[in-house]
Design a protein around this ligand. Structure first.
Ligand SMILES: Nc1ncnc2c1ncn2[C@@H]1O[C@H](COP(=O)(O)OP(=O)(O)O)[C@@H](O)[C@H]1O
Ligand SMILES: O=C(CO)[C@@H](O)[C@@H](O)COP(=O)(O)O
Length: 555
């Protein structure tokens, strides 16, 4: 049999990577990472206001560079054997587009307007709009939030659209429709971005835009108009149907085939979010909990729709038929800050060093600090009197989204040194994970195994052991350090018809597992007590400092 290759393209927060994979053996023939240049300079962002925007040119340049870079590592003959490309991206990362599906920032007059750019998943400028959506949805005859945990988040599609239309009249005037990053970039590869004609991702639509068959698509025109008259008519200019990632969106355009040096018949798959394709790459099976653990966590759970579909799981980021694997219910949860909590502590320690001793000393310290603290923390006993922290440094994504909540550290004394505080922070992120696991279990969704992928899963044995102890569950680490791109490549292989379904693609192309963490019974017992303290502290913070009442609890 002749070799057949597929390409998975994974757009992360800071960079895009392309993976060139043999569709029959899973052998990696090439890979290349491209860091977004404008983003790297901090352009169009205002972290103090939680505004994070990305320019479409960063994505277009990254598409070309990452794919050609990966192809350059393989023999020239491989190019002619490339059969398909699929793309995953962060989300919800929407952009306003014109009648032809061109992001406004690519049009004259909007080049430097952050409101005409992609609104990155972690942009929280739409907190007020998310609250309005929740309040109206819970009063409406049909609760359109019922399949997204009954809490709509400021990180999602409608909140971002509403906020942008309100603050920017020029964008409101020019925006014909809106697209998720994963839909637009896949459409770009086909040469047709016209809204209304492209195949929109089921994953993006179901988890972030309240799309559901029961609603005959997106929330009703009446609901959207009641939310704000500025939304009138937009539903018609978006989409009715959505598609799973085993389907083809189309064929590569002549322009992109030439640009990338690929054959004219390359299939372009329907896109999806990074974590969902990452779960495919991590060989997810029913009732497996896949955690994408990096800056934040994105947690994926899969179940047969006929077994779990009747449940409405509270406070998660959605339950969507086919968002991970076709004909299965894909469920999403996650923590808004995970590795970011450790990165915060690292900055607290290194910044004064930078000011006093200069960049060289600070950079050297920053490079070694987290592994050093982890080594020291691993030697400490776990006792009931240890400091306890809460992990909501970037708000709480799940359970029960509330991005106004803040983190905390308690139980400090004069002996609380850096390793002890670091240990408390790691435990806090693990307790945040336990809250998610307990929510799924409490709502009747079993978890049979835990698989972890992402930077933290690969880099920190200390974090992963702590997590296993807190969850009281073994955790397997996927071998691939590019599981999202690998999952995209598997989706591409199915979309091109090389494999009949995702399970076959996973079996042929999967990279397996390279480590496993077993819970330690003696430590787990103490952690159950510390977890109770975490919950008490969380309740206190929620009551004392939250600027609003979490909507799921209020209804
Ligand atoms: N040795 C380490 N132990 C624990 N966390 C780490 C370590 N090194 C880096 N991190 C954390 O990993 C996170 C980045 O994860 P990664 O998966 O590489 O990126 P992303 O989430 O952007 O895809 C950062 O938040 C950083 O604090
Ligand atoms: O929220 C989602 C998917 O729903 C992710 O895109 C988001 O967490 C981004 O994660 P990464 O920065 O790519 O690790």
């Amino acid at each position: 049999m002749t070799n057949q290759y597929v390409i998975g393209v994974d757009y992360g927060t800071d960079s895009v990577r392309a993976l060139l994979v043999n569709a029959h053996t899973g052998e990696i023939a090439g890979t290349h990472v491209y860091e977004y240049t404008r983003w790297k300079q901090g352009l169009y962002c205002n972290p103090n206001q939680s505004q994070f925007r990305q320019h479409p040119l960063d994505y277009l340049e990254g598409l070309e560079q990452s794919i050609t870079g990966a192809l350059a590592q393989a023999p020239v003959a491989v190019r002619q054997q490339v059969k398909a490309i699929s793309v995953d991206t962060t989300g919800s990362t929407p952009v306003a587009v014109d009648e032809r599906g061109t992001p406004l920032a690519l049009l004259p007059g909007f080049e430097d307007n952050p409101n005409g750019m992609f609104i990155l998943w972690k942009d929280h400028t739409a907190n007020a709009e998310a609250e309005e959506i929740n309040a109206l949805a819970h009063r409406w005859d049909t609760d359109f939030t019922k399949y997204v945990g009954r809490v709509y988040s400021s990180e999602w599609f409608w909140a971002k659209i509403l906020h942008t239309l309100r603050v920017d009249a020029a964008v409101q005037e020019k925006a014909y429709s809106w697209m998720e990053h994963c839909d637009w970039i896949s459409a770009v590869l086909t040469g047709n971005t016209t809204p209304g004609t492209i195949k929109r991702s089921r994953c993006a639509a179901g988890h972030k835009a309240m799309w559901h068959e029961e609603f005959e698509g997106l929330p009703s025109e009446e609901f959207l108009k009641a939310l704000d008259p500025r939304l009138a008519g937009l539903r018609e200019r978006l989409y009715r149907n959505t598609f799973t990632s085993d389907e083809a969106m189309g064929t590569i355009s002549t322009e992109w085939a030439e640009k990338l040096g690929l054959p004219a018949d390359v299939t372009i798959g329907v896109g999806a979010f990074d974590a969902h394709m990452g779960a495919v790459g991590a060989e997810i099976t029913p009732y497996t909990f896949v955690r994408v653990m990096g800056t934040s966590t994105c947690d994926m759970l899969l179940a047969p729709t006929e077994e779990i579909g009747h449940l409405l799981i509270r406070g998660i980021c959605g339950q969507v038929d086919g968002s991970i694997i076709p004909d299965m219910l894909g469920m999403e949860a996650g923590q808004s800050a995970f590795g970011d909590v450790y990165a915060w502590f690292q900055r607290v320690i290194t910044e004064p060093v930078r000011d006093l001793l200069g960049n060289e000393a600070a950079n050297e310290l920053a490079k070694n600090l987290i592994p050093h603290l982890a080594e020291k923390a691993a030697q400490l006993p776990v006792t009931e009197n240890d400091p306890v922290a809460v992990d909501w440094f970037n708000g709480r994504r799940t359970p029960d989204a509330n991005h106004t909540l803040k983190g905390a550290i308690t139980g400090l004394n004069l002996g609380s040194d850096a390793p002890r505080i670091f240990k408390a922070l790691v435990e806090a992120t693990a307790f945040g994970s336990k809250a998610i696991v307990d929510r799924f279990l409490g709502e009747g969704v079993p978890i049979k195994q835990v698989i972890a992928i992402g930077g933290v899963a690969k880099k920190s044995a200390f974090v992963m052991q702590t997590l296993a102890d807190v969850l009281q569950m073994p955790i397997k680490i996927a071998s691939s350090d590019q599981a999202c791109a690998l999952g995209a490549a598997m989706c591409a292989a199915v979309a091109a018809g090389i494999h009949p379904d995702m399970a076959t693609a996973q079996a042929a192309m999967g990279s397996g597992f390279d480590a496993s963490y077993e819970p330690r019974t003696d430590v787990s017992v103490v952690y159950q007590k510390l977890y109770q303290k975490y919950q008490q502290l969380g309740s206190f913070i929620e009551a004392a400092t939250s600027q609003h009442t979490p909507v799921a609890e209020a209804v």
